[in-house]
Design a binder for this molecule. Sequence first.
Ligand code: FAD
Length: 564
Amino acid sequence: MNALKKRILIVGGVAGGATCAARARRLCEACEIVVFERGLHVSFANCGLPYFVGDVITSEAKLLVATPDSFKQRFNIEVHTETEVTGIDREARLIEVRDLRTGITRQEPYDALVLATGAQPIRPPLPGIDLPGVYVLRTIPDSQKIKDAAAQAKHALILGGGFIGLEMAENLVGLGLEVTLLELAEQLLPPLDPEMAGYAAERLQANGVKVRLEEAAMSFEATPDNSLRVRTSKAATLDTDLVIIGIGVRPDAALARAAGLELGALGGIRVDEFMRTSDPAIWAVGDVVEVKNRITREWQLVPLAGPANRQGRVAGTAIIHHFTCSDQATPLLAFEGVLGTAVCEVFGLTIACTGTNEKQLRHAGMAYEKVYLHPGHHAGYFPGAKPIHIKLLFSKTDGRILGAQAVGEAGVAGRIDVIATAMMSGDTVFELEDLELCYAPQFGAAKDPVNLAGMVAGNHLRGDLPLADWSELEKTTALLVDVRSETEFADGHIPKAQNFPLETLRDRFHELPQNREIWLICGVGQRAYYAFRLLLQTGLPVKVLSGGMQTYKAWMQAGECRTW
Ligand code: FAD
C-alpha cells in the first residue's frame, strides 16, 4: 500500500474514537495515530456503569476494555489521557492540546482529524443543581461517586425515565435504597409508544420504585441533616439523599462549533455517509454527530454504542482510503443511517425496539398501520413460556416494516433483532410471515412470534383481518362483543361490551345487530380472529380489536400511571 506517513489525530478515546483508531491501524501500519482523551480512561464500557454502581459488575478493571498501554503494545497507537483538545486551527491543520495534569498547552499538527467527543449529560440550570449529592452518570469516576453516595443513602431520586434512568432505578433498589423516579413526559422510555412503555412503569412500580410522570424537579436545597430537598413542578417536596440526573444528553460539539464546522438543527455535527464533516480533513463519529433515520430519512440524534462503533470503523476506513485512494487498496465503507435498535432490562423485564414509533411516523407524515400481539416466547406446551408483547408498525400501502417494539421476560431481544435485520433489507410484513426461524419447543414455536407478527399484519393488509383502532374506542358507535368465557368477562371487561363466548357464537350470532359495526374482543386477539372469520361468513360487518384485553390494559395503564 502506498501509505504515506500521515498523522491521524483522534479527539475522544471511548466507543467511536477507539474503534476508529484501531480500524485505521489495521488498515495502515505507516500512519501515526494519536488519541487524546480528556478523562482518566479510554475505551471503557459506559454501558456497564449502572451495573458497576449496583455491584453486579464488581471490579472497575472489568469496565476497561483497553488501556493506553494495551493500545500502544497491540496497535502502536499513542493515547494521551487527561489531555483535552481545546481548539482547532483548520487552516494550519493544528489542534491545541492541554495536559490537564500540568496545565501545559501545546499544538499538534494533523493530516486527518477525527472528532469523537461524544455527548454531555443535560444539566438543566435549576437552583441548587450543583449541590453535592446531585450526580450525572457518564464516566467511571461518576459511577464511583454515585456508588460511594449510595452506600450512605436510604433514598435516591432519579430524574428521567430513559434507559439509563431505569437501569439506575433497578440497581439502586438492588442496593437496598428506596427510589423515586420523576419523568417530565407522560410516559417512560421515549423510543417506545406510551402503551408499550406502560409495561416498564408497571414493573418498576411492582418492585417498589415510585414512578411519577409529568413531573419535573424545579429546585434543590441542602437540608441541615445533609440530605436534599427537591421541589417539583407539581408543587410537591421530596426529601432524598442523592439525585441522579438522567434526562438525556446533548452532542459535545463545542470544538466543532468553535472551528466553524457545519452543525445540524439538533446541535450535532453534520457528516456525509463516510463520516466526513464539512471540512475534508475532519471526520466525526458517535454521539456528537447527527444521523439519518433509515425510515423517515429525517436527521436524528441516536446516542447508542452500536452506531458509534460502526461509524468509527467507517471513518477509520474512509481516512485511510483518502490517503491511499491512488492505489485503490482500501475500499470505502458507508454509514447509511440508523434504525435506533435498542434494548434494556428492568427487574427481569426486557424492553426492546427498532425503527420508528408512532410519534416519529406522525411527525414525518408517513401513513402507517399497526398490530399488537402477545404470543409466548416459546411453545405453550413446554414449561416456562412467557408472553412477549409485540407492536409492529408497517406501511399502509406496501407492508414495508417501519418499526417494532417488544416487551417480555424472555426471548424479546432476539425477536427485535430479527425484525431489525429484516428492516435493513427493506422487507415487508409479508416476508416476516415467511421467515424460516429455528424452532424446538424450548426456543420458539412452529409459528415464531416474528412469523405471527407478519401473519397478523399480512392478514390485515390483505383484508382478511380488518382491525379496529384502540384510539377510536371511546368514540366508536360499534357494538363491542367480547368472545371470552363468562368467567373471564366477569373478571373485567371494557365498559359497554357484551359477552358472546366464542363457543356459543354459532348458535347466537342471530342475536347480533345486522347493520351495526361489531368490534370483537378477546384476551389477546386470537379468539376474536376465530370469531371474526365465523361472523364474516354470516355477512355481519365485523372487525377485531388488535391485541385484545391485554392491549386494552396496556392502554389503560399508560393513562392510569399518570396519577400514581
Ligand atoms: P463517548 O463514549 O462518550 O466518548 C467520548 C469521549 O470523548 C469522552 O470520554 C470524553 O471525555 C472525550 N472528550 C470529549 N471532548 C474532548 C476533548 N475536547 N478533548 C479530549 N477528549 C474529549 N449505549 C448502548 O447502545 N447500549 C447501552 O446499554 C448503553 N448504556 C449506557 C449507559 C450509560 C451509563 C451511558 C453513559 C451510556 C450508555 N450507552 C449505551 C450510550 C453509549 O455509551 C454511547 O452512545 C457511546 O459511548 C458513544 O460513543 P462516543 O465515542 O460517541 O462517545
